[in-house]
Ligand binder design. Structure first.
Ligand SMILES: Cc1ncc(COP(=O)(O)O)c(C=O)c1O
Length: 433
């Protein structure tokens, strides 16, 4: 039966949504689950989820607030908005107040709403996180991809300048994500200053996606808002640094002169999700208050991720794989172009066939570079090094001296699945040569 309307499936879909499929990260996870059910050993380096448990003081706060049942204000719980403002004041030295902050059910939802309410082009570097472009497509916004180079996959002020110069008054939102998903790289102070200067010249709204800011390996993340406060919206949340992706809590911090944009997003939010989960917001206040326990949790998380990232980079580089040095988060974005010839002989000539063959042959799941806006024929992929027991790793890292790198045995004992997965990639590449 074709349905009671007598129409073919899909015919009444909005044109912008027709032909769209589920996000690639979720699709690869389902494929992994299927292989697992078939009894295959699977290494899940596809989905980018924090390996760590939610910080304990935050969990405690959630427990004691489970009874909170009322709808909260659409812009967020006042106490939480103040805690987030105070956090950014501490971090960046910018005079934010609760009025600057908008709380939402994940930063992804807030990103969608801001693209919906602001009429302008979306400017993103290639590679970029998987959801920015599809959100723009759903809404019908024009997407301008900015090319980058493998030395860091970073957008340069010159590239931004030449894009803006072609039509100087056109409204635009530039999303800058650092530390970056998918590359793990970030921007230094001079790069941020230079980008800020171009953005200011062309009045570009900067959506600064700093969701991985707290897991900069050196704990030295700084926001571009310092250099372009009047045009920067800081996007952050609990998902990555606090291990709470499933809790769904995101934050946008607006400058005072973009309050009209905050109000417009809140107006649409009030007609869609109403407000963010009440118990989660009360618990999030604890996360943003910080303090010693949270700081230690962060220090150990950073050390584990930083040591692991460094070791994986070494293994891959020794194999002949090209990738920039990772600086934060839990991703690597290598290029396998050095293996193009032998891979092509095996019928592998784009990033999708590369990832499919790798998964079938080795059980290692990673995501094709094309999902991040790279040319389909390019042999790049994203590797999320999160397939390990973060709770156990945190317990075992406890008490190790913070001024020394974690020893090699630590990684073997606690992150062995990730090491094994990357060694499998190495062997698979070497066998193909
Ligand atoms: C770069 C980046 N931005 C934003 C998000 C969305 O995070 P959330 O909606 O959980 O706040 C993610 C999640 O994967 C991400 O990797």
């Amino acid at each position: 039966m074709e349905g009671t309307t007598g129409q073919s499936p899909g015919i009444n879909l909005n044109l912008n949504v027709r032909g769209m499929s589920q996000s690639a990260t979720l699709a690869i996870n389902e494929r992994c689950a299927q292989l697992h059910r078939e009894g295959r050993e699977v290494f899940r380096l596809g989905l980018g989820q924090s390996p760590f448990p939610v910080a304990e003081p935050v969990v405690e706060k959630l427990r004691s607030n489970a009874y909170q049942k009322d709808y909260l204000p659409v812009k967020g719980l006042g106490q939480l908005r103040e805690a987030v403002a105070a956090y950014h004041r501490r971090q960046e030295g910018i005079e934010y107040s609760a009025e600057n902050v908008l709380i939402g059910p994940g930063s992804k939802e807030l990103m969608f709403l801001i693209q919906l309410v602001y009429y302008g082009d979306l400017v993103i570097p290639t590679p970029s996180w998987v959801s920015y472009a599809p959100q723009a497509t759903i809404i019908g916004r024009h997407i301008r991809w900015v090319p980058t180079q493998i030395d860091g996959w970073r957008i340069t002020p010159d590239e931004l300048e030449s894009l803006c110069r072609s039509d100087p008054t056109r409204p635009r939102i530039l999303i800058l994500n650092y530390p970056n998903n998918p590359s793990g790289t970030t921007y230094g102070q001079e790069e941020l200053e230079a980008l800020a200067e171009v953005a200011r010249r062309y009045r570009v709204i900067l959506l600064s996606d700093e969701i991985y800011g707290e897991i900069h390996f050196g704990g030295k993340h700084q926001s571009i808002a310092r250099y372009y406060p009047e045009g920067t919206i800081i996007s952050a949340g609990l998902s990555k640094w606090c291990g709470a992706g499933g809790w769904r809590l995101g934050t946008f911090t607006f400058p005072g002169n973009l309050r009209w944009l905050l109000d417009a997003v809140a107006a649409v939010a009030s007609e869609t999700y109403t407000s963010t989960s009440a118990p989660i917001q009360y618990a999030a206040v604890r996360a943003y208050e910080g303090g010693l326990e949270i700081e230690r949790y962060l220090q150990y998380s950073r050390r584990i991720l930083g040591t692991l990232a460094c070791e994986l980079t070494t293994i891959l580089r020794k194999t002949g794989v090209d990738l920039p040095a990772p600086e934060g988060g839990f991703y690597l974005f290598p290029s396998f172009e050095a293996f193009r010839e032998p891979l092509e002989r095996r019928g592998i000539n784009d990033s999708v066939s590369f990832c499919e063959s790798l998964l079938e042959d080795t059980g290692v799941a990673i995501l094709p570079g094309s999902e991040f806006g790279r040319p389909p024929g390019e042999l790049t992929a994203r590797l999320a090094f999160v397939d390990f027991d973060g709770a156990r790793a945190l317990i075992n890292a406890e008490g190790t001296p913070l001024d020394h790198p974690l020893p090699e045995e630590f990684l073997r004992e606690n992150c062995n699945r990730v090491l094994t997965a990357v060694e499998r990639i190495r062997d698979w590449l070497q066998n193909s040569s």
